[in-house]
Design a protein around this ligand. Structure first.
Ligand SMILES: Nc1nc2c(ncn2[C@@H]2O[C@H](COP(=O)(O)OP(=O)(O)OP(=O)(O)O)[C@@H](O)[C@H]2O)c(=O)[nH]1
Ligand SMILES: [Mg+2]
Length: 199
């Protein structure tokens, strides 16, 4: 049985703008990865039942820092900058910032990744690169489909299958489907995170 984790016991522990600034506590990390605007910060807020512990950015692509949230003194929920947002310059158009790249390849105690995808959309090229890379590296991850409130139950199922097919993943893979608006899907995802932490 996975250990009990009280997600409401959350402390913001600051940010890192490069991987060398990351805390060296040895505590395990669960990392949130996904495109800009997919709902990473909202997911932190939702899991912890906070309105805005993770600042929900108004300008997508702006959060170029890794944010650390200590959960129940047990592990860090780590919010990475979003990838794949083309707006400001040619440079930020490129898929993964150095920060995301360096972070995931650094020798960090990462127990698992929550790979967030908007349930309404076909995965982008960057989403596919990220997902294939996680699979190749053998990093345990959970696919988290966000903004589930935008679809009906039937549509959710269809979109889930489409996304899994696009990513080349088995159709029966267990995925999380969450809505920050309706506050749904969090309990199941918390159980899945508990399992990642036990691995
Ligand atoms: N309808 C709906 N909107 C959501 C949901 N989750 C997030 N949003 C909205 O999507 C937008 C982006 O959410 P964020 O949580 O800031 O996304 P992010 O992935 O942290 O974005 P970056 O930090 O820029 O990478 C905000 O306007 C949120 O209110 C959801 O479950 N349902
Ligand atoms: Mg954010």
């Amino acid at each position: 049985m996975p250990q009990e984790i009280n997600f409401n016991n959350v402390e913001y522990k600051g940010l890192a703008t490069n991987v060398n600034q990351a805390p060296q506590t040895g505590l395990p990390e669960i990392v949130l990865a996904g495109r800009s605007n997919v709902g990473k910060s909202s997911l932190v807020n939702g899991l912890c039942q906070r309105k805005n512990i993770a600042r929900i950015s108004q300008t997508p692509g702006k959060t170029q820092a890794v944010l650390y949230f200590l959960i129940d003194h047990q592990f860090y929920l780590t919010d990475l900058p979003g990838y794949g947002y083309a707006r400001t310059s040619k440079q930020s158009k490129s898929k993964f910032s150095n920060l995301v790249d360096n972070y995931l390849t650094a020798d960090r105690p990462i127990k698992g990744v929550l790979h967030l995808l908007d349930i309404r959309h076909k995965p982008s090229a960057d989403d596919r690169i990220m997902n294939h890379w996680l699979t190749e590296q053998g990093i345990p991850y959970i696919i988290v489909l966000t903004k589930a409130d935008k679809l009906s139950r039937a549509q959710m199922h269809v979109k889930k299958m489409d996304i899994l097919r696009e990513l080349g993943l088995p159709q029966d893979l267990e995925v999380a489907m969450v809505s920050n608006t309706k506050k749904t899907g969090y309990e199941l995802l918390k159980e899945q995170i508990g399992i990642l932490l036990e691995l």
